[in-house]
Design a protein around this ligand. Sequence first.
Ligand code: MRU
Length: 356
Amino acid sequence: MCLAAMRTITYNPEIPAVEMIDQRQLPAKLKLIQLNDLEQVIDAIKDMAVRGAPAIGITAAFGLALAGRVSGADTFSTWEADIRNAAKRLMDARPTAVNLRWAINRILGIIASMEGVAIGAAQNQVDQYTQMMADEDVEINRRMAQYGAALLKHHASVIHHCNTGALAAVDYGTALGVIRYAHESGKTIHVLVDETRPRLQGSRLTAWELEQYGINYDIIVDSAAGFFLQRQEVDAVLVGADRIAANGDVVNKIGTYPLALAAKASSVPFYCVAPHSTFDLEIAEGKDIPIEERAVSEVTSLQLHDRKVTPEGASARNPAFDLTPNHLITTFVTEFGLIHPPYKENIPSTFQEANS
Ligand code: MRU
């Protein structure tokens, strides 16, 4: 199995099952897991077998298709009720990435337009629609990658936070997709990989992906980013997002905000790469975006030389995301092109134009 030749999440209606790379096992093992019911899909999202905003969205869509397949309903209205219940449960699996809600609402929209369709036909339509969403995700990432790669010069050194690669999407990725495309088009890129505590998406997942693509990198502890920025050893910072408010405030993996502050202080461009599905135009400012706080055991159970790094019973806090204010973002890279400030005007107008 090789990452470059596969999708990280797939759905097979014939089994029926959702299949995905179990990201908890990486980098030690590239292992696929098969999820056969809604419960397993919800657990996979909560426990981060699958993570990353676009990946969570498509997993939820596949989860609804699966719920529709395994439903024992014998009328359309009970089948629809089963899907709506599944949607409610999935919606709560993780609160911050808006792609989850976006994907679920798309499926509910399709079902709402199906009144009177036989259950078998309705199941087929949902299955096909979710496959189309997965294809679209890959296509969108490739478009963003091309727009973003134009911002990177040959021999660029970049900092990347968290994991935004193929693992965080169906394939190719967002911010890491930009780096990958620049590399594939012949530019030499060096990546400083933030390790991204506490779940280490950087050192476990991003470094593993970069190994697969043959891109040069060095892992750094999160707190070293300012050091390299201050010394002007970095040409750009690239991140993804979990939710972006209408004014361009970005909620992304914890540690993004201090990284953006350090980039600003060192006059290094800070690029946020995200598809339209990550923009939440119903939220005016980032302060209203819900921030997930995860189990403190993610912080306290860390080990060094086989020993816990915290005292027994230690108290901790574990916010999974932080808010980067819009004035710290140099440019957004989307599938509709680049968005520059002023974001309050340019974000809504970009998406209005794209929809017209
Ligand atoms: O907690 P995670 O690993 O799901 O957080 C992921 C991130 O913060 C990513 O940067 C974001 O989802 C963009 S992924 C293309």
